[in-house]
Design a binder for this molecule. Structure first.
Ligand SMILES: Cc1cc2nc3c(=O)[nH]c(=O)nc-3n(C[C@H](O)[C@H](O)[C@H](O)COP(=O)(O)O)c2cc1C
Length: 448
């Protein structure tokens, strides 16, 4: 009878560690374990550590979420808990205005007001000193508050070309290093010249520098360039097709790719090149068990973001957080409204879609190419000609303005599962979680 009872119970090793009196049958009689029925404990993410340059971390990176969705407050929490968390450098002048009471955006608008009606925005040049200063000050003001064993990195996107791609990228990189950032994740672009731009900086070999790629091919190109400087990246984030933000895949083929395969391909390349660099997959990793599976297959950690969008420390307004919780699978779309040209994943309910606001390049202008163009300006002019009294731009969005105002509700593919992670309260809204709760659920959770 005792055997029969145990046959149903199938103890895991962790349940063997419970106090002895609990190991009794319903009648209170002492039980004897049948060793063959004991299964190994489910592994947790906390059973692993990420090692970068001999520094140990909890194997969780909170990915950069612009504009200011991954806030300094969230980054500080991630570092306090022993992981790595990102600031984002998207629209950092505007973010500096928010936190440090600077007036970069207002001043730029005033300076360029007279030419604001022009559709070619090449006049709206960024002051490089200002860009570096805003980056340095926002980074240093965050780093001063950092506590705990983890690190804070900054996500720096090449595609934010700001009317002068190379020089503004240089100013942003230097500003972040001067501000004392622990590391930089290079994203949204191939970054073939980024290491060159900072090779003479005193922190070039001590800051942790990594790249986000979506293919083995992109990594190959990057490694070819860094090899010339004898400076390998310290980590590689492999971002798959289920991620939030912009995607490194085509609008019509993202669903043909999968994160596990790309991660394996990247690891194969590193092996072939005899390089030992931590590989960190990202995109659609919703639970600690998902993460463990990837780590068991050779990854060193995971980068996650979507689950943190609805935390107290996320910059999104309450209304957006609730919309993320409420999202159904069919609400999550990949479209081409971003003027970067990359497909972007977002909620179909994003208020930016179809809005017809005037381009705001004078004050922000992060997407302007070196000729002073942005595809939103073109789309806006066409919509204005068609319907001057009721302008609605369907194909593109004014990404700077809309991201800054949290009206582009970008999100990962797994957003429709967020409701599983919280509870609906009496007033019908979902309970907002803390970054610590989500972080610890990844670390210690064993649910699928
Ligand atoms: C709201 C949101 C904003 C994002 N913004 C950026 C960004 O500005 N730059 C970037 O490189 N990645 C961005 N990402 C991608 C994340 O950093 C991360 O790699 C990816 O979303 C992880 O997948 P998950 O969201 O399924 O966990 C964003 C993701 C989300 C959810």
């Amino acid at each position: 009878m005792i055997k029969q009872f145990f046959g149903k119970l199938r103890l895991s090793v962790s349940s063997v560690c419970i106090p002895l009196q609990a190991a009794s049958d319903p009648m209170g009689r002492k039980l004897y374990y049948d060793e063959t029925l004991i299964q190994p404990a489910m592994k947790k993410l906390d059973d692993y550590r990420l090692l970068i340059d001999s520094k140990e971390y909890a194997p969780i990176m909170i990915g950069g979420m612009g504009v200011d969705i991954s806030t300094p407050e969230m980054a500080l929490e991630g570092a306090r808990l022993g992981g790595i968390a990102h600031l984002s450098d998207a629209l950092i002048c505007a973010v500096s205005d928010r936190y440090l009471k600077t007036n970069y955006v207002k001043d730029r608008f005033a300076k360029n007001k007279a030419s604001a009606h022009l559709s070619n925005k090449s006049f709206a040049q960024f002051d490089l000193q200002e860009v570096a200063e805003a980056t340095r000050n926002l980074v240093s003001s965050t780093m001063e508050k950092k506590k705990g064993p983890g690190d804070i990195f900054i996500n720096l996107m090449e595609k934010l070309t700001m009317n002068n791609p190379r020089e503004t990228l240089h100013a942003r990189l230097i500003g972040a290093l001067d501000g004392g950032i622990d590391g930089i994740s290079l994203g949204a672009g191939l970054h073939l010249s980024s290491f060159d731009l900072i090779k003479d900086h005193p922190r070039f070999r001590d800051a942790k520098l990594g790249i986000i790629v979506s293919s083995q091919r992109a990594l190959k190109l990057f490694l070819k360039r860094t090899a010339r400087l004898k400076r390998n990246p310290d980590f590689i984030v492999v971002e798959g097709p289920l991620a939030g933000g912009h995607l490194g895949f085509g609008l019509d083929d993202w669903f043909n790719y999968d994160l596990k395969t790309i991660t394996q391909e990247v690891m194969e390349l590193l092996k072939k090149e005899s390089l030992s660099i931590p590989v960190i997959p990202a995109g659609g990793i919703f639970t600690g068990s998902d993460a463990v599976e990837l780590i068991e297959a050779g990854a060193s950690a995971v980068q996650v973001a979507t689950r943190f969008t609805i935390t107290k420390e996320s910059g999104l307004p309450e209304k957006a957080k609730q919309a993320y919780f409420e999202a159904k699978e069919e609400d999550i779309v990949v479209n081409l409204v971003s003027p970067t040209g990359y497909p972007m994943r977002m909620l179909a309910q994003s208020p930016c879609i179809g809005a017809g606001i005037k381009p705001n390049c004078e004050s922000m202008g992060y997407i302007l190419d070196r000729e002073g163009n942005c595809s939103y300006i073109e789309a806006y002019q066409q919509a204005k000609e068609l319907q001057p009294d009721n302008i609605s731009v369907k194909e593109k969005t004014c990404l700077c303005t809309q991201m800054r105002a949290y009206r582009t509700w970008t999100c990962g593919h797994s957003t429709s599962r967020l409701k599983e992670t919280s509870q609906r309260m009496d007033d019908g809204t979902f309970r907002i979680l803390t970054t610590e709760e989500v972080f610890n659920d990844y670390l210690y959770g064993t649910n699928k």
